[in-house]
Design a protein around this ligand. Structure first.
Ligand code: HEM
Ligand code: HEM
Length: 308
């Protein structure tokens, strides 16, 4: 059965709700004839401001709901790769894949309403301002809201498209199974290398000891290792096979094949770690920015009542 995406949830229920809210706000704004001009302090301005603030409260509640909702098992657990000696990323299922229920709704339903109602703020809050902007705390709150919404759109894109890329990259494998394969390649390669020169033994040993998968957050996000010892070993081996007799040449080709397979496996593991890091990365902006926005919004409302 085709999985319904968070955007299509319940036949686009929240798309319709937010579409209705935006259409009603635009119609009211066009029909309203306030004196001297539209701004946040007219009757319609107050209605749109309060509606926007209520939506913001609802959006913030999503963070609490998310934590109260039971989680489905993580896609991949923390794993350590012996030769990497650094932790790979902790990964999780995208929330829209979470069927966990809270208060009779799926988390997917909450997220669907979050995305559409959050998007509707662009229209509601903008019409609330009557397009009056200045260098003040009011406009700061609007600007922060805009940043939160932009990061939200990016996050939705990431949640919708990255899981497909993860599957394409991994196929039937998991990160754990690939790390095990890499371990096996290391073992086979080190055994094979023993019959060759010190230089070859050293290349293979360095590849085992210094190849990193994961690392700190930025290394995870880049999905690369500068001067990767495995890539280096594969490149250098290409020039070192000359002059071997038939038997040894066959063995050398085997060794080269193992290292080339290891390079491919390392690239796949790094890609997986990179995708999972990207699933997490944007939330480091979205969640704190939403709190900064809340603070600015409270200051905006306080300032309005203070100068009343
Ligand atoms: C998402 C929520 C909100 C945002 C982003 C927002 C943003 C803004 C912005 C940018 C302005 C224009 C400031 C200027 O003229 O320089 C404004 C004006 C105003 N806002 Fe809000 N606002 C929000 C919610 C509210 C709420 C809940 C209230 C009241 C309870 C409110 C009351 C007002 C009033 C009275 C003005 C007119 C101020 C004036 O021009 O003197 N706003 N708002
Ligand atoms: C002013 C508007 C918004 C506020 C205040 C807000 C606030 C939040 C908060 C507090 C969370 C929970 C973060 C956490 O617990 O880690 C969250 C998550 C999320 N938001 Fe927003 N948000 C807003 C707008 C949007 C918009 C417009 C979108 C999409 C178009 C969006 C997409 C998301 C997504 C996809 C998550 C899921 C995070 C997860 O469950 O892992 N948000 N948002």
């Amino acid at each position: 059965m085709k999985r319904v995406s968070l955007l299509e949830f319940k036949h686009y229920r929240y798309f319709k709700v937010s579409g209705f809210l935006m259409a009603a706000a635009i119609a009211a704004y066009i029909l309203d004839r306030p004196e001297p001009e539209p701004f946040g302090g007219t009757v319609l301005g107050y209605i749109l401001g309060i509606a926007s603030a209520l939506i913001v409260v609802f959006l913030l509640l999503y963070g609490i709901r998310k934590r109260l909702t039971p989680r489905i098992p993580v896609l991949n657990k923390n794993v350590e790769h012996e030769s990497a000696s650094q932790r790979t990323t902790s990964t999780r299922a995208a929330p829209h894949q979470n069927e966990g229920r809270y208060g009779g709704f799926t988390l997917q339903g909450w997220l669907s309403s979050h995305v559409y109602l959050g998007g509707s703020l662009i229209v509601l809050a903008t019409l609330h301002t009557g397009f009056q902007f200045g260098v003040n705390v009011h406009t700061l709150s609007y600007f922060l809201m805009f940043l939160v919404i932009c990061s939200g759109f990016y996050g939705t894109y990431v949640y919708l498209y990255l899981p497909r890329l993860v599957t394409e990259n991994m196929g039937e494998d998991t990160l754990e199974s690939i790390l095990l394969k890499i371990k096996d390649f290391d073992r086979f390669a080190e055994k094979r290398a023993l019959q060759f020169s010190d230089e070859i033994i050293e290349l293979v040993a360095l590849s085992r000891q210094k190849t990193r998968i994961g690392g700190n957050f930025f290394q995870q996000l880049s999905g690369r290792q500068k001067n990767c010892p495995t890539t280096l070993a594969v490149q250098k081996l290409q020039g070192l096979g000359k002059g071997y007799s038939d038997d040894k040449l066959k063995s050398f080709h085997d060794l080269y094949g193992i290292m080339a397979h290891k390079e491919t496996a390392v690239a796949r593991a790094r890609k997986d770690v990179k995708y999972k890091a990207r699933l997490d990365f944007w939330l480091y902006f979205h969640a704190p920015l939403s709190i900064a926005f809340l603070v600015a919004l409270v200051a905006h409302i306080a300032a309005i009542f203070f100068y009343w």
